[in-house]
Ligand binder design. Structure first.
Ligand SMILES: *Cc1c(COP(=O)(O)O)cnc(C)c1O
Length: 490
């Protein structure tokens, strides 16, 4: 390769395969003292390749530099503002990491004897009591590994409850403002999801709900605050409508960062809910994981919870109870994503009751502040006040500018694009989150307002964005239709 000057924003980095060369090694191992086995004896002939696979051969320092350079190109909440609607990309306090990494927690093995892990069990037990208290529900299961997994668990509990009462209820209603995982979870549980329409203000149309609830309705699954950024304050009426027909109310609590300490779902008639602890109670969760989706239920649903449940015995020790004949069974190997749960525990303990309420007040304030500053230039299809996020549908069709162009241009300013085209076409869904300072919210608003001017006067700058990133505008159709994710020798 000819010598070329490099800058942070130069061309794509070479892959590991293109670095190093024959004989380069990342490690130096001592000579083996295990007798050599002839390849042909150890591996069946049909599995043997003629040549060894072309693995990269790279020295240790080059490997370190390669991955360190790549890490600088990762967009992260620790470096930049990340207003990705619905995902709650807020700051994850470092104290969580310190506690989760304590050897007494990090080095446990799930096959260890109960007597050896009493500290961890005590932590998990307290965490589930906190979550039950925050939700106003009787019991919590910590096992589900993500929000969507919590939804599946909750629906299985609802299904088990109806079956146990000899009832055939296979229909789950979901408002059109529900998170996309809600209907998907119904399908996974072999339940049929039917839509309930929302009013223009983003709240459930109660008349439509009344028309649709009957003896075949298992539950309504509501995301609240919903994906329009609106808190549905009719929630107690919704619960009454369902309960009157023997159906249950499922509450998608992934957006609880808008209502901690303000409203308890259990107090307004919710029967089952899941948390997204990685969102609400802060675990780094970009790129798909890890997470935890604990499920809370009312007293009457306790018997159906996944097995085993964690209990505190009269002598003060903790242990697992497997004696649950009506349980839906195991939903996960072992006991859940323990590292995420330790972070949630730490977060709750470090904030306390008043701190949690302040989290939500701040999340709501930040979202409404940004919405108010942008509304002159960015139309808001749902009237406020908003919960922790809001939706705008930019109107620059005359200039040929879509929400995608705004998303791309934001990258030039080091801002992660908001969620796009969901839950309504051509929208941007903005969740500033509670941890951003006034200065960072103001900067975002100024960038957005500047972009609105640009859309009017220099639309080409938006259409060709991003300009300051290592890689410019991608051909997204080709990337989706013909994904090329494997390096091949030229
Ligand atoms: C994120 C989210 C989910 C899904 O949670 P995962 O942990 O990604 O499975 C479900 N509902 C809502 C409202 C969400 O925001």
């Amino acid at each position: 390769m000819a010598a070329e000057p490099v800058t942070q924003t130069s061309k794509p980095l070479p892959t590991l395969f293109e670095l190093g060369g024959p004989g380069a090694r990342g490690t130096s191992l001592p000579d083996t003292d295990v007798p050599k086995v002839e390849r042909s004896n150890a591996v069946p002939a049909h599995l043997l390749a003629d040549d060894p696979p072309p693995l990269p051969q790279v020295g240790e320092l080059d490997v370190v530099r390669h991955f360190t350079r790549l890490s600088h190109r990762v967009f992260s909440i620790d470096e930049n503002f990340y207003p990705l609607g619905s995902c709650t990309m807020k700051y994850n306090p470092r104290v969580n990491e310190r506690v989760a990494a304590l050897p007494g927690f990090a080095h446990l093995h799930p096959y260890q004897d109960e007597a050896d892990v009493q500290g961890m069990l005590a932590l998990l037990y307290e965490l589930k009591r906190y979550l039950a208290e925050i939700a106003g529900l009787a019991e919590v299961c910590l096992a589900p590994a993500a929000g969507a997994h919590g939804e599946m668990t909750g629906l299985m509990i609802i299904d088990a409850y109806h079956r146990d009462r000899g009832q055939d209820r296979r229909i789950v209603l979901a408002p059109d403002s529900a998170h996309g995982t809600n209907p998907a979870s119904c399908t996974i549980c072999s339940l049929d999801s039917h839509k309930v329409v929302s009013r223009p203000d983003g709240r459930v149309d109660l008349d439509d709900l009344r028309r649709k609830v009957d003896d075949h309705t298992a539950a309504l699954m509501i995301t609240n605050p919903n994906t329009c950024g609106v808190f549905d304050d009719q929630i107690a009426d919704i619960a009454d409508i369902l309960h009157a027909k023997g159906a249950l109310l499922y509450y998608d609590g992934a957006n609880m960062n808008a209502s901690l300490g303000v409203i308890r779902p259990g107090d307004v008639g919710v029967d089952v809910m899941h948390y997204n602890t990685h969102k609400t109670f802060s675990t780094p969760h970009g790129g798909g994981g890890p997470g935890a989706g604990p499920v809370g239920v009312t007293e009457k649903l306790r018997p159906y919870l996944p097995r085993p449940t964690l209990l505190r015995r009269d002598d003060g020790t903790y242990g697992w109870n497997y004696d649950m004949p009506k349980s839906i069974g195991r939903v996960r190997s072992f006991y859940g994503q323990i590292g995420v749960l330790v972070r949630a525990y730490t977060y709750i303990r470090s904030l306390g009751r008043d701190g949690l309420r302040r989290v939500s007040n701040r999340a709501v304030l930040n979202a409404n502040y940004v919405a108010a500053r942008l509304k002159e230039r960015y139309p808001l299809p749902f009237p406020g006040p908003y919960a922790h996020e809001f939706i705008t549908v930019p109107q620059f069709e005359d200039q040929g500018i879509t929400e995608r162009d705004f998303a791309k241009r934001l990258l030039d300013y080091g801002i992660h694009p908001p969620t796009m085209s969901w839950p309504i076409m051509h929208c941007l869904m903005i969740e500033p989150s509670e941890t951003e300072s006034l200065a960072s919210l103001d900067r975002f608003c100024e960038v957005m307002l500047e972009m609105a001017d640009e859309a009017e006067h220099h639309p080409e700058r938006l259409r060709s964005a991003p300009h300051n990133t290592p890689i410019g505008r991608l051909d997204e159709v080709a990337a989706n239709r013909k994904p090329n994710v494997r390096w091949k020798p030229e």
